[in-house]
Design a protein around this ligand. Structure first.
Ligand SMILES: Cc1cc2nc3c(=O)[nH]c(=O)nc-3n(C[C@H](O)[C@H](O)[C@H](O)COP(=O)(O)O)c2cc1C
Length: 218
Protein backbone atom coordinates (compact mmCIF):
# COMPACT_ATOMS: atom_id res chain seq x y z
CA UNK A 1 0.00 0.00 0.00
CA UNK A 2 1.36 3.42 -0.92
CA UNK A 3 0.50 6.20 1.42
CA UNK A 4 2.64 8.61 3.42
CA UNK A 5 1.02 7.46 6.69
CA UNK A 6 1.84 3.82 5.94
CA UNK A 7 5.38 4.74 4.92
CA UNK A 8 5.83 6.63 8.19
CA UNK A 9 4.44 3.77 10.28
CA UNK A 10 6.56 1.18 8.50
CA UNK A 11 9.58 3.42 9.03
CA UNK A 12 9.18 3.60 12.80
CA UNK A 13 10.50 0.73 14.88
CA UNK A 14 11.69 0.12 18.41
CA UNK A 15 15.27 1.33 18.62
CA UNK A 16 17.67 -0.80 20.64
CA UNK A 17 20.82 1.30 20.26
CA UNK A 18 21.09 5.08 19.98
CA UNK A 19 23.78 7.32 18.54
CA UNK A 20 24.69 9.34 21.63
CA UNK A 21 26.19 12.14 19.54
CA UNK A 22 22.84 13.08 17.97
CA UNK A 23 20.22 15.02 19.91
CA UNK A 24 16.76 16.27 18.97
CA UNK A 25 16.51 19.93 17.98
CA UNK A 26 14.57 22.35 20.17
CA UNK A 27 12.19 22.92 17.28
CA UNK A 28 11.35 19.23 16.87
CA UNK A 29 11.11 18.76 20.63
CA UNK A 30 8.53 21.53 20.77
CA UNK A 31 6.47 19.82 18.05
CA UNK A 32 6.59 16.56 20.02
CA UNK A 33 5.54 18.24 23.27
CA UNK A 34 2.69 20.07 21.58
CA UNK A 35 1.50 16.86 19.89
CA UNK A 36 1.48 15.19 23.30
CA UNK A 37 -0.54 18.00 24.80
CA UNK A 38 -3.06 17.72 21.95
CA UNK A 39 -3.67 14.02 22.59
CA UNK A 40 -7.27 12.92 22.94
CA UNK A 41 -8.62 11.47 26.19
CA UNK A 42 -11.97 10.33 27.50
CA UNK A 43 -14.13 13.36 28.41
CA UNK A 44 -10.98 15.42 27.67
CA UNK A 45 -9.84 14.41 31.16
CA UNK A 46 -6.09 14.66 30.44
CA UNK A 47 -5.26 12.73 33.64
CA UNK A 48 -1.57 12.74 32.84
CA UNK A 49 1.78 14.37 33.45
CA UNK A 50 4.62 14.13 30.94
CA UNK A 51 8.03 14.45 32.54
CA UNK A 52 10.86 15.18 30.12
CA UNK A 53 14.26 13.90 31.15
CA UNK A 54 16.67 16.22 29.35
CA UNK A 55 19.44 17.56 31.58
CA UNK A 56 22.45 15.52 32.69
CA UNK A 57 21.21 15.77 36.26
CA UNK A 58 17.79 14.41 35.34
CA UNK A 59 19.46 11.65 33.32
CA UNK A 60 21.63 10.67 36.30
CA UNK A 61 18.46 10.38 38.38
CA UNK A 62 16.68 8.36 35.67
CA UNK A 63 19.72 6.09 35.24
CA UNK A 64 19.57 5.27 38.94
CA UNK A 65 16.00 4.00 38.62
CA UNK A 66 17.26 1.13 36.44
CA UNK A 67 19.67 -0.18 39.08
CA UNK A 68 17.44 -3.09 40.16
CA UNK A 69 15.21 -3.84 37.20
CA UNK A 70 14.97 -3.62 33.43
CA UNK A 71 18.66 -2.94 32.91
CA UNK A 72 18.23 -3.75 29.22
CA UNK A 73 16.62 -0.32 28.81
CA UNK A 74 19.14 1.54 30.98
CA UNK A 75 21.61 2.44 28.25
CA UNK A 76 18.98 4.52 26.45
CA UNK A 77 19.04 7.06 29.28
CA UNK A 78 22.35 8.57 28.16
CA UNK A 79 22.48 7.39 24.54
CA UNK A 80 19.08 8.66 23.46
CA UNK A 81 18.27 12.36 23.34
CA UNK A 82 15.43 12.49 25.88
CA UNK A 83 13.32 10.14 27.97
CA UNK A 84 9.66 10.98 28.38
CA UNK A 85 7.86 9.63 31.43
CA UNK A 86 4.14 9.11 30.88
CA UNK A 87 2.48 9.32 34.28
CA UNK A 88 -1.17 8.95 35.23
CA UNK A 89 -3.25 10.14 38.14
CA UNK A 90 -4.49 7.07 40.09
CA UNK A 91 -7.29 9.03 41.77
CA UNK A 92 -8.80 11.42 39.27
CA UNK A 93 -11.41 13.57 40.99
CA UNK A 94 -14.09 16.12 40.23
CA UNK A 95 -11.59 18.83 41.26
CA UNK A 96 -9.20 17.58 38.59
CA UNK A 97 -12.01 17.72 36.04
CA UNK A 98 -12.90 21.24 37.16
CA UNK A 99 -9.54 22.39 35.73
CA UNK A 100 -10.55 20.93 32.36
CA UNK A 101 -13.99 22.53 32.49
CA UNK A 102 -12.56 25.92 33.47
CA UNK A 103 -9.99 25.71 30.69
CA UNK A 104 -12.75 24.97 28.18
CA UNK A 105 -14.56 28.10 29.41
CA UNK A 106 -11.33 30.09 28.96
CA UNK A 107 -10.93 28.61 25.47
CA UNK A 108 -14.51 29.69 24.71
CA UNK A 109 -15.61 26.14 24.05
CA UNK A 110 -18.06 26.17 26.96
CA UNK A 111 -20.10 29.19 28.00
CA UNK A 112 -19.71 30.23 31.63
CA UNK A 113 -23.44 29.78 32.26
CA UNK A 114 -23.13 26.12 31.15
CA UNK A 115 -20.37 25.29 33.64
CA UNK A 116 -22.48 22.92 35.77
CA UNK A 117 -23.74 21.11 32.69
CA UNK A 118 -20.17 20.60 31.52
CA UNK A 119 -19.61 18.25 34.47
CA UNK A 120 -22.06 15.77 32.93
CA UNK A 121 -19.22 13.83 31.34
CA UNK A 122 -17.77 13.11 34.77
CA UNK A 123 -20.24 10.20 34.94
CA UNK A 124 -17.65 8.27 32.89
CA UNK A 125 -15.13 8.76 35.67
CA UNK A 126 -17.64 7.51 38.27
CA UNK A 127 -18.22 4.43 36.14
CA UNK A 128 -14.51 3.68 36.24
CA UNK A 129 -13.86 4.51 39.91
CA UNK A 130 -13.99 1.96 42.74
CA UNK A 131 -15.35 2.54 46.27
CA UNK A 132 -11.96 3.79 47.44
CA UNK A 133 -11.72 6.46 44.71
CA UNK A 134 -9.21 4.53 42.61
CA UNK A 135 -9.52 4.87 38.84
CA UNK A 136 -5.95 4.14 37.76
CA UNK A 137 -6.89 1.55 35.11
CA UNK A 138 -8.96 4.19 33.32
CA UNK A 139 -6.40 7.02 33.67
CA UNK A 140 -3.57 4.72 32.58
CA UNK A 141 -5.55 3.84 29.45
CA UNK A 142 -5.76 7.56 28.59
CA UNK A 143 -2.00 7.88 28.95
CA UNK A 144 -1.45 5.18 26.33
CA UNK A 145 -3.43 7.24 23.83
CA UNK A 146 -0.84 9.99 24.33
CA UNK A 147 1.92 7.41 23.92
CA UNK A 148 0.47 6.19 20.61
CA UNK A 149 0.01 9.73 19.38
CA UNK A 150 3.62 10.50 20.27
CA UNK A 151 4.89 7.42 18.44
CA UNK A 152 3.10 8.52 15.28
CA UNK A 153 4.35 12.08 15.61
CA UNK A 154 7.91 10.79 15.97
CA UNK A 155 7.46 8.58 12.91
CA UNK A 156 6.46 11.63 10.87
CA UNK A 157 9.47 13.55 12.16
CA UNK A 158 11.76 10.58 11.42
CA UNK A 159 12.89 10.55 15.02
CA UNK A 160 13.61 7.14 16.53
CA UNK A 161 12.08 5.89 19.75
CA UNK A 162 11.77 3.09 22.28
CA UNK A 163 8.52 2.68 24.19
CA UNK A 164 9.43 1.17 27.56
CA UNK A 165 7.12 -0.62 29.93
CA UNK A 166 10.43 -1.94 31.18
CA UNK A 167 10.75 0.87 33.71
CA UNK A 168 10.84 0.46 37.47
CA UNK A 169 7.69 2.25 38.50
CA UNK A 170 8.50 2.11 42.22
CA UNK A 171 12.05 3.40 41.76
CA UNK A 172 10.71 6.22 39.57
CA UNK A 173 8.07 7.02 42.19
CA UNK A 174 10.83 7.42 44.78
CA UNK A 175 13.35 9.29 42.64
CA UNK A 176 10.83 11.66 41.04
CA UNK A 177 8.37 11.88 43.93
CA UNK A 178 8.28 15.66 44.00
CA UNK A 179 7.71 15.96 40.24
CA UNK A 180 5.17 13.11 40.08
CA UNK A 181 3.22 14.39 43.08
CA UNK A 182 1.32 11.11 43.47
CA UNK A 183 1.04 10.30 39.77
CA UNK A 184 2.33 6.90 38.63
CA UNK A 185 4.73 6.23 35.78
CA UNK A 186 4.53 2.74 34.32
CA UNK A 187 5.68 3.56 30.82
CA UNK A 188 8.46 5.70 29.40
CA UNK A 189 9.66 6.61 25.93
CA UNK A 190 13.25 7.09 24.83
CA UNK A 191 13.58 9.35 21.79
CA UNK A 192 16.62 10.18 19.68
CA UNK A 193 18.51 8.82 16.69
CA UNK A 194 19.54 5.24 16.09
CA UNK A 195 23.07 3.99 15.72
CA UNK A 196 22.34 2.03 12.53
CA UNK A 197 25.48 -0.08 12.82
CA UNK A 198 24.88 -1.27 16.36
CA UNK A 199 21.09 -1.53 16.42
CA UNK A 200 20.20 -5.17 15.72
CA UNK A 201 16.53 -4.27 15.42
CA UNK A 202 16.94 -1.69 12.68
CA UNK A 203 17.51 -4.02 9.70
CA UNK A 204 14.76 -6.46 10.70
CA UNK A 205 11.57 -6.45 8.64
CA UNK A 206 8.39 -5.21 10.29
CA UNK A 207 6.19 -8.05 11.51
CA UNK A 208 2.50 -7.80 12.32
CA UNK A 209 -0.48 -10.15 12.28
CA UNK A 210 -2.34 -10.04 8.98
CA UNK A 211 -5.31 -7.69 8.59
CA UNK A 212 -7.67 -10.72 8.42
CA UNK A 213 -6.48 -11.77 11.87
CA UNK A 214 -7.13 -8.49 13.63
CA UNK A 215 -9.72 -6.61 11.59
CA UNK A 216 -13.26 -7.57 10.73
CA UNK A 217 -15.25 -5.34 8.44
CA UNK A 218 -18.94 -6.09 8.96
C1 LIG B 1 3.64 -0.15 25.67
C2 LIG B 1 4.90 -0.72 25.09
C3 LIG B 1 5.92 -1.12 25.93
C4 LIG B 1 7.13 -1.60 25.42
N1 LIG B 1 8.18 -1.87 26.26
C5 LIG B 1 9.40 -2.13 25.72
C6 LIG B 1 10.57 -2.16 26.54
O1 LIG B 1 10.51 -2.00 27.77
N2 LIG B 1 11.77 -2.35 25.93
C7 LIG B 1 11.89 -2.54 24.58
O2 LIG B 1 13.01 -2.69 24.08
N3 LIG B 1 10.79 -2.53 23.79
C8 LIG B 1 9.56 -2.30 24.32
N4 LIG B 1 8.46 -2.21 23.50
C9 LIG B 1 8.63 -2.40 22.07
C10 LIG B 1 7.78 -3.54 21.48
O3 LIG B 1 8.38 -4.77 21.75
C11 LIG B 1 7.63 -3.26 20.00
O4 LIG B 1 6.87 -2.07 19.83
C12 LIG B 1 6.94 -4.39 19.24
O5 LIG B 1 7.71 -5.55 19.26
C13 LIG B 1 6.67 -3.98 17.80
O6 LIG B 1 7.87 -3.66 17.14
P1 LIG B 1 8.16 -2.23 16.50
O7 LIG B 1 7.92 -1.19 17.56
O8 LIG B 1 9.63 -2.30 16.15
O9 LIG B 1 7.28 -2.05 15.33
C14 LIG B 1 7.26 -1.75 24.02
C15 LIG B 1 6.21 -1.34 23.18
C16 LIG B 1 5.06 -0.82 23.71
C17 LIG B 1 4.00 -0.32 22.76
Amino acid sequence: MEHQIITDLNGRYTTKHYDSSRKISKENLNVILEAMRLSASSINSQPWKFIIIESDTAKERMHKTFEENFQFNQKHVFDSSHIILFAHNPRYTRDDYAKVVDQSIKDKRVALENRDQAFGGFAFVDLNTDESGDNRAWTKAQTYIALGNTLHTLARLKIDSTPMEGVDSEAIAKEFSSELDGYICEVGLAIGYKDPKQDYNYPLPKSRLAQEQVIQIL
